[in-house]
Design a protein around this ligand. Structure first.
Ligand SMILES: O=C(O)CCC(=O)C(=O)O
Ligand SMILES: [Fe+2]
Length: 291
């Protein structure tokens, strides 16, 4: 079995159906060649200043990991706001819940937020990363009951080949329970041309591949997660207020500067539970020293 490749012009319904069946899908030409080349130039220069990981087990001592990508890479909104990724994430994560509020039965729909951002440069000699599920960060249980926690992208900044450490994925492993162990021989390599992207969910087993080639592989990963979970990367400390203020409101909200529909993330001001995005955008609050 290999991963299905779809065109970026596929419908969200098609993309979501394949992800729900296989746990992941590859989108061809997710970004155009010029944008991909610009991202490559910026990231490869910045990665020169980043040291290798220090742990030989998971991070990899021949792997460089650089986060805070919304502060470092001007093209990040093109990845995050790309409808192929954003709408797929919304379609998978925003499943409604019926809840009672007194005598009223209300429908609640979870918000989504950016979890982690990371450029991952795997150098020759790096061995394969242990296979894992990324929703383990919140100790999610499997088979997933009710709702997935994460929809993630791995954008191929360079070509991804079996030899240079393309992400390895176990198709349909999102359906397994927590007893079943992932095995290397069940994986397939997410081979991609630079500009393609793998989109997968938090319950699918995967891991960075071994790089047995003579060139580094660069991937750019970013997740959308349920808005009421703790963000894996702390964007409040990683991004300056100035950086966030220059983004469109939707992106400010997605980065965490939004109060969820269930009031998660409010800031009190004069006895009112305020939405931080209103405070970020409103001059009046700047003088109060709240942000
Ligand atoms: O680098 C890759 O291909 C995958 C990395 C990964 O899954 C992780 O670090 O959690
Ligand atoms: Fe992972």
């Amino acid at each position: 079995m290999s991963l299905v490749k779809l065109s970026k012009d596929s419908t969200i319904h098609e993309i979501v159906s394949i992800i729900k069946r296989d746990g992941g899908v590859i989108i061809e030409n997710f970004l155009d060649d010029d944008t991909t080349q610009d991202i490559y130039q910026t990231l490869s220069q910045q990665l020169e200043l980043i040291p290798n990981g220090v742990d030989d087990y998971f991070a990899g001592t021949k792997t460089r990991r650089m986060s805070r990508l919304f502060a470092r890479l001007p093209q990040m909104p093109l990845v995050a706001m790309n409808p192929v990724f954003l709408d797929t994430a919304k379609a998978i994560l925003q499943t409604p819940l019926q809840a009672w509020s007194g005598e009223l039965q209300i429908e609640l729909c979870p918000d989504i937020q950016v979890g982690v951002t990371q450029a991952i440069q795997i150098w020759p000699g790096q061995k394969a990363q242990p296979l894992h599920r990324d929703d383990t960060v919140w100790m999610w249980q499997h088979p997933v009951y009710g709702r997935e926690a994460r929809v993630q992208i791995m954008f191929a900044v360079t070509d991804f080949t079996e030899e240079n450490g393309a992400t390895r994925v176990i198709p349909a492993s999102h359906l397994w329970d927590d007893e079943r162990a992932p095995k290397e021989d069940e994986t397939v390599a997410a081979e991609m041309k630079a500009g393609d992207a793998l989109i997968w969910i938090g319950s699918t087993y995967h891991g960075g591949g071994a790089n047995v080639s003579n060139e580094p592989r660069i991937g750019l990963t970013m997740s959308y997660d349920l808005g009421f979970l703790r963000q894996e990367e702390n964007h409040y400390l990683s991004l300056s207020t100035e950086t966030v203020k220059n983004f469109p409101d939707e992106l400010k909200g997605l980065l965490g500067w939004n109060m969820s529909t269930t009031f998660v993330g409010f800031v009190e001001h004069d006895g009112i539970m305020m939405n931080p995005i209103d405070m970020l955008n409103n001059q009046e609050f700047k003088t109060t020293g709240i942000i």
